[in-house]
Ligand binder design. Sequence first.
Ligand SMILES: [Zn+2]
Length: 325
Amino acid sequence: MIEQVLPDIFRIEIPLPKNPLKATNSYFIRGKQRNLLVDTGFNCQESRQAMTEALHELNVNMKDTDLLITHLHSDHAGLLTFLVTPETTVWMNEADAYIVGGSRQSPHWDLFSRFLQFSGLIADGIENTIERHPGYRYAPEEFDRFTMVEDGFEIIVGDYSFKCLLTNGHTPGHICLYDEKKKLLFSGDHILGKITPNITLWDLGEDVLGCYLQSLERIAALEVDLVLPGHRYILTDCRGRIKELQEHHRQRLENVMDILGENRMNGVEVAKQMKWDLSFKDWRDFPWGQKLFATGEAMSHLYHLFYTGVLSLTSDSGIMYFEKR
Ligand SMILES: [Zn+2]
């Protein structure tokens, strides 16, 4: 499905089969010499077909088109190696590009097993099979021709002039594109309507929730009339949505503190008791992927509370436990 959003800007809906996100928004911006395509969809048959048909309908030649991948997740980067031509420049931030470039060989996937261990998921009996992870299954092939973009890097396409804004949190190298004159923001998965971007702690050492909240503040300071997100519908009230996201995480932190009480608990124990906007009543009914994302969220909130001095953190048989100081 193609929707013209603004002059020379088209939203292409790319289906994500059997995934709760349903679809990724890819955006095509028609330029004078070069066009730009922002994000792609999974490396799977359904996404490939939808993208091929849309590019045909829009009469796009990938030789004249560059790619910007907002972040490493396969629902955004998946079709990169399917679409790229020798003439295509592929822009990405280095922190995410090195993970995408390594495909299934990326060190990112070594962290996956460690996360299952330290969050308590393995002790809870979860199946340790990386092959089930959609990010692994639908990753692009290995790729090493990225053009790295730093914060503030400018990309001009036709009448649009975009600044790349590093907005880490959802991933370490997430970028948004901002046209200051047109007050237009491509938000990737940094700001979404209806669904809240998943903030997961994969690796100990970085306060990802703290980074995310700071990156929200950064966008809140901008003048934005239109937000073009990586999933679902287009937004107009950018600051209003940021306030909701901030409030969502404030409540979630409060929820985590209430669950902990005076106990010493690990990530999965907290995740089981948190409030989730899902139809499953019992943790045992949660699908494998949802258990992973829920526990990742619990861990990012617990770790933020540790990082800011509220909780203490101890390790027992490779599992991290949190309690009030
Ligand atoms: Zn994402």
